[in-house]
Design a protein around this ligand. Structure first.
Ligand SMILES: [Zn+2]
Length: 212
């Protein structure tokens, strides 16, 4: 289904998982928000992973086919990483070699990042006049993968995989990090699956009452 009329979903509480949720079925039909180059640019803007001027420059510098190619790479990265998360959610990652070996494709991608530091004027109210900021060169269409790779790396380093969960909605594919106290979160969101489950449970109770 066309992704354009529907805003992308950011319900995961972790940018790396939001990326995995860039394909989902919010109503009846699956939507892939990074189905083409334009979709990838729009998703990165919605995710706050690239600024509007950066994305405008990418759009002006590269042809649609090049951006479509990098979107295809992003989709391949997404499905590879989904496999990694699906196999490991619900338990902590281990320091032992296997998990790190599995992540080698991500390390290969991170190596291609073109980052540099610069001094910028700090915001008003800061003690120092300047601030050291790390930023990246957006030299090729592939640069668009870099903020995503960074989000995946942060997920692996900072998130306790014990609390990475799949929504319990029967047809839902969304993943999230459960940061609630008591870790009792069950749904991608109340609006999407929580209410649906409540309605289904209510119907079931009514039926049981009728049959009693
Ligand atoms: Zn759900």
């Amino acid at each position: 289904m066309d992704y354009r009329p529907t805003p992308a979903l950011f319900v995961a509480d972790a940018p790396g998982l939001d990326f995995l949720n860039s394909i989902a079925t919010p109503v009846d039909e699956p939507v892939d928000w990074i189905g083409d180059g334009e979709g990838l640019l729009s998703w990165l803007a919605q995710a706050g992973m690239a600024s509007a001027p950066t994305l405008a420059a990418m759009r002006a510098q590269f042809i649609a086919a090049e951006l479509d190619t990098v979107a295809a790479q992003a989709r391949a990265l997404r499905e590879w990483f989904r496999g990694f998360v699906q196999a490991r959610k619900g338990r902590p990652l281990t320091r032992a070699g296997a998990d790190l070996r599995e992540l080698e494709p991500l390390n290969q991608l991170l190596k291609r990042d073109d980052r540099y530091g610069e001094l910028v004027a700090s915001e008003d109210g800061q003690a120092s006049a300047f601030e050291y900021r790390v930023t990246r060169r957006w030299n090729s269409p592939e640069s668009l993968l870099m903020p995503i790779a960074e989000a995946l790396a942060q997920l692996v380093c900072e998130e306790d995989f014990t609390h990475v969960k799949a929504c319990e909605g029967p047809r839902c594919t969304l993943l999230f990090a459960d940061h609630t106290r008591g870790h009792a979160r069950r749904w991608c969101s109340m609006a999407l699956c929580g209410n649906r489950a409540k309605v289904a449970a209510h119907r079931k109770r009514l039926k049981e009452r009728e049959n009693a």
